[in-house]
Each structure stands twice: as structure tokens, then as C-alpha cells.
Design a protein around this ligand. Structure first.
Ligand code: PEP
Ligand code: MG
Length: 538
């Protein structure tokens, strides 16, 4: 028996045979070609076939994981059709007189390396795997293969160095028990797909080929992978798995049910998202709305400032898809742990206490106004609310609201339609919590960001894993602040919710109900467990 630790991507328990998955080995040889034009035509034909396959995959993925998650295959097709990528392949063929397989593989390696080197942009780094994936597809087609992914006839735990999104989606879901990979990031689309498909998954596991064919246990709750378990442990896990399956089945029956306690107290359960691609799991888990759309992910995914139009399209897609349900979009929260090259922020000694979020927006109004224009434009297409992060004073809120008002008036003057928007703030600094009686008079709602509120109240850096034992979000100081903020909100006739991770902590659901919170916004997979807790409460 062996045991390995890994990073949890999705909860759940899987028990089954381990299958070591290896990519088809497309050994690319470098050969000279005489007719470079014919070789370019051969590459173009392979590219066309790859795009056809990707369109087919898109259709398959739409059914299995929803439109938003399927979008990755459109992105793959776009990468292949990218001018720089195509130019590089053509240049290698015509300039050096080399074969199409070599030209594509070399271009793929170069582009993947370039993305992988963007170490301060996790999203772009993760796109390196997409480039490799799509290049592999073209090379396979050029070498006469069809790019399929067969995992065999029996249910298996797939263990791999890394998995590409297209490999993941092509695998037969009825045979796929879990994923365990050595590489990959929590932000990769494969991880997103695993979460959306509800498949237990671990990454960062020190894998070993000799496990192939052995029995494995993936414990997605504890982040453990057990290989060749001894009988008592296996029996214990069979019991755990049965209980887990039963629990999940019960949770499914809560879909469509109200978030109401036995005595009739109601609470809104909303979802936290980072991009329109998370919408499928919002629906899958029956969220009542979006309580936190972390808009900075649009900036993190981009190589340059996203334009007003790009942002407008993303926000519009979310509000339209939510069809009248509330969507709370938080304005840019860059800085601290979320650094973006093109913002060219200075290095700081205390970044969490530094130039971040609303502080950037208030000092770089051109960035802020662009985002606000996109938000107000999108408000014409659904129920959109705007939320401002890292607020510390009434004065700040008045300034922010003044800018927002002038943006709205500017749009109206241009004849551009806008809707009504609620404007609220995050309560994530002790200053905002202490001043919440005054702040409540100038905003429409409060959403308590317990991740930062805990960090700033306890003076504990949330990024420092050494301090994990001290980071106590149940600390009475944090709970008192939540109570105080909620009381002050209600006194002023506005609502108060939690959008930090603490909102999903089911050991506190009853406490939050007692405190009178109006909304909990949690990651989509946590909605049904919290709903259960609410419905079980008196
Ligand atoms: C928070 O601080 O609790 C919060 C929701 O914001 P973020 O985690 O994005 O800082
Ligand atoms: Mg925060």
C-alpha cells in the first residue's frame, strides 16, 4: 500500500482500477521537403480538419458540461487560426524547407514556452497546455491519426502526467471515476471541467507508472491518493463512498427547493464566479443569483487591458444568461496577490496593505470609467448590481458613486440604453465594519468579504500558509464584526450578505441565520450543502 498527497480539485471519493494514461506518442521527425507550397497546403488541410474536430467536440461538450465550459474548444480553434501561429508554421516550412509536422510541433513548443514563462499570470500560464493540446491534434492529423482518446471498457481512475481539456472531454464519462495528475493548475480548464462534471480530482501528485492496473482510492475531501489499499482500509472507504453517494443523491433532491428554515426564515443562496465560463455550474447547482462575479479575472485572462466592448460582452452574457436573476459584479480587485504585468504596479513591501482594488480605480480613472461604462451598458440586459471592493470610508463611497453617476449620465447623453443598478460595497476592512452604520446610509447593500476581513482583523496574511493555524475565520472578533455590520445594514433598511469563503462553512450556517444575514454567496458546488443546512435549521 502507498499513499500520496495532492491538491484537491473536486470533492468526492472514487475507488477503482488505476489506468495510467499516456498521450499517443507523436514522434516528430525533421525532414526536408522539396515542394514547400504543397507542404503548406497539407498543413492547411490538417488545420481545417482539426477545426472540424474541435467544432464537433464543442457540440459534445455543450451537452455534457454546458455552453460556457465548452467554449474552450472554440478557443482552441481560435489559437489554431491565430495569425502569429500560422505565420510561424508557414515560415518554418517555406523559409527552412521543412515538413509540416516539424513546423507545427516547433511552433507549438515555442508558443507553449512563451505562455509558460508568464509566471506572474496564472491564467496565461495555464493556456500553455491548450497550445500543446491543439498542436498535438494537428500533428496527429498530419501523421494520419484521428486524435481520439480511448480509456477502455471498464471504469478507471485516470492517472496522468497532465491532461488537456480536449482529452478530458473526449473520455467516456461513464468509465471515468477520477483524475489524478502530476502537473496542471487549479485554474486550468481541465480542473474547471472536473469540477463541472463533478469528478473527484487531485493534482500535484507524485505519480508512478508502476501503479498501472492496481486498485486506487481517490479521496477528494482529504486530498489523498491511496494505491493498493489493504483490506480494512478498502472496506472503510467503500462505506465512506456509499455514505458520500447517498449524501450527493440527497442533495440533488434539494434542487428547486427554497432556502427556508423550519420556522420560515429565508436566506438567498447565490454563487461566486470568476468568468462567464462558470455559468454552467451555477445552473447545475441551482443558485438563486450571482453574489460575486470577480471581474478581475477578465483582466487576468487578458494580455492587455480588456476593452469596454470586451467587458460589456462578458457582463452582458452573464446577466442575460441569468435571465433576470440578480448578478452582482465586483469592480476590479487587482493588487496584493493578483498582479498583472500590464498594470505595471510597483513592488511593495506590504502588498495586501498596498495599492489595490478601489485605490487603483480612484487614482487611475480611465481604467475605472471603462469598466463602469461596460457595467452600466450591460445593466440594460438584466438585473445587474455593482459592488466596490476594499472600501474604508464614506468619503470613498461618495467619490466612487459620483464617478459611476457621471458615467451613467454620459451613456444616456450618447443615447446608449442603461438599466437601474443597485450599488453596494464589500465589507472587508475593519474600518468599513466599524463605519458600517454611516456607510449603510449611502449604499444599497453590504457583502462581507470574510477572506480579507479575517486577514485584516487578525493581522494575518491570508497568503502565508505558515500562518494557516492562526487564520481563524471563526474568531469571535470576526463574528462580532459580521453581526455588527448586519445590524447596521438592517437599521438603515438595506441587506447584508457574506461572499467570502466563510459563507460556505456549514458549521456556521445556523449562526448566520441567527445573525439575520440575508444572503450567502458561495462557490457553486457549495450551494446545495448549505441549502441542506438551512432547511435543517429550526
Ligand atoms: C473576500 O475578501 O472575502 C472576498 C470575497 O474577496 P477576495 O477573496 O476576492 O479577496
Ligand atoms: Mg477580498
Amino acid at each position: 500500500m502507498e499513499e500520496r498527497a495532492g491538491k484537491k480539485i473536486f470533492n468526492g471519493i472514487a475507488i477503482g482500477k488505476i489506468k495510467f494514461y499516456e498521450k499517443a506518442d507523436n514522434k516528430v521527425t525533421r525532414t526536408k521537403v522539396a515542394d514547400t507550397e504543397a507542404e503548406i497546403a497539407r498543413y492547411e488541410a490538417a488545420k481545417e480538419e482539426a477545426v472540424r474536430q474541435l467544432n464537433e467536440l464543442y457540440e459534445k461538450a455543450v451537452v455534457e458540461v454546458g455552453e460556457a465550459n465548452a467554449e474552450i474548444f472554440n478557443v482552441h480553434a481560435m489559437l489554431l487560426e491565430d495569425d502569429d501561429y500560422t505565420e510561424s508554421v508557414h515560415n518554418i516550412i517555406s523559409g527552412q524547407g521543412l515538413n509540416a509536422e516539424y513546423a507545427a510541433a516547433t511552433t507549438g513548443d515555442n508558443f507553449a514556452e512563451m505562455f509558460a514563462s508568464m509566471t506572474d499570470n496564472e491564467y496565461m500560464m495555464a493556456r500553455s497546455a491548450d497550445i500543446k493540446d491543439v498542436t498535438e491534434r494537428v500533428v496527429t492529423i498530419l501523421s494520419g491519426g484521428n486524435g481520439g482518446t480511448d480509456i477502455g471498457d471498464e471504469p478507471v481512475i485516470i492517472v496522468a502526467e497532465d491532461l488537456a481539456p480536449s482529452e478530458t472531454v473526449q473520455m467516456d464519462k461513464t468509465k471515468l471515476l477520477a483524475f489524478v495528475t502530476r502537473l496542471g493548475s487549479a485554474n486550468s480548464h481541465t480542473a474547471i471541467l472536473a469540477r463541472t462534471m463533478g469528478i473527484p480530482a487531485l493534482i500535484g501528485v507524485d505519480i508512478d507508472k508502476s501503479w498501472n492496473g492496481k486498485i486506487g482510492i481517490v479521496d477528494g475531501y482529504e486530498g489523498k491518493f491511496i494505491i493498493d489499499p489493504e483490506m480494512p482500509l478498502l472496506e472503510e472507504y467503500f462505506k465512506k463512498k456509499a455514505a458520500d453517494d447517498e449524501q450527493k443523491k440527497l442533495l440533488q433532491t434539494l434542487k428547486g427547493k427554497e432556502n427556508v428554515t423550519k420556522s420560515g426564515q429565508k436566506i438567498n443562496l447565490y454563487a461566486n464566479i470568476g468568468s462567464p465560463s462558470d455559468l454552467a455550474s451555477v445552473f447545475e447547482n441551482d443558485a438563486g443569483g450571482i453574489g460575486l462575479f470577480r471581474s478581475e479575472f477578465l483582466y487576468l485572462e487578458s494580455a492587455d487591458y480588456p476593452t469596454e466592448e470586451e467587458q460589456f460582452q462578458a457582463y452582458k452574457k452573464v446577466v442575460e444568461t441569468m435571465g433576470g436573476k440578480k448578478v452582482i459584479i465586483r469592480t476590479l480587485d487587482i493588487g496584493a496577490d493578483k498582479q498583472i504585468d500590464y498594470f505595471k504596479l510597483d513592488k511593495e513591501d506590504n502588498p495586501a496593505l498596498g495599492y489595490r482594488a478601489i485605490r487603483i480605480c480612484l487614482t487611475r480613472p480611465e481604467i475605472f470609467r471603462t469598466q463602469l461604462r461596460a457595467l452600466h451598458r450591460a445593466s440594460a440586459f438584466g438585473n445587474l448590481a455593482i459592488m466596490y471592493p476594499m472600501i474604508i470610508s464614506v468619503d470613498e463611497v461618495l467619490k466612487v458613486k459620483e464617478i459611476s453617476k457621471s458615467v451613467r449620465e454620459e451613456l444616456i447623453a450618447e443615447g446608449i440604453p442603461v438599466g437601474e443598478v443597485e450599488e453596494g460595497i464589500m465589507i472587508e476592512t475593519p474600518a468599513a465594519a466599524v463605519m458600517s452604520d454611516e456607510l449603510a446610509k449611502v449604499v444599497d447593500f453590504f457583502s462581507i468579504g470574510t477572506n480579507d476581513l479575517t486577514q485584516y482583523t487578525l493581522a494575518i496574511d491570508r497568503q502565508n500558509s505558515k500562518l494557516d493555524p492562526f487564520y481563524d475565520a471563526h474568531h469571535p472578533a470576526v463574528l462580532r464584526l459580521i453581526q455588527m455590520v448586519t445590524d447596521n445594514a438592517h437599521k438603515a433598511g438595506i441587506w447584508s450578505g457574506i461572499c467570502g469563503e466563510l459563507g460556505a462553512d456549514t458549521t456556521l450556517t445556523k449562526t448566520f441565520l441567527k445573525m439575520g444575514l440575508d444572503e450567502l454567496s458561495v462557490s457553486p458546488g457549495c450551494i446545495l450543502p448549505v441549502r441542506k443546512e438551512v432547511r435543517d435549521a429550526d
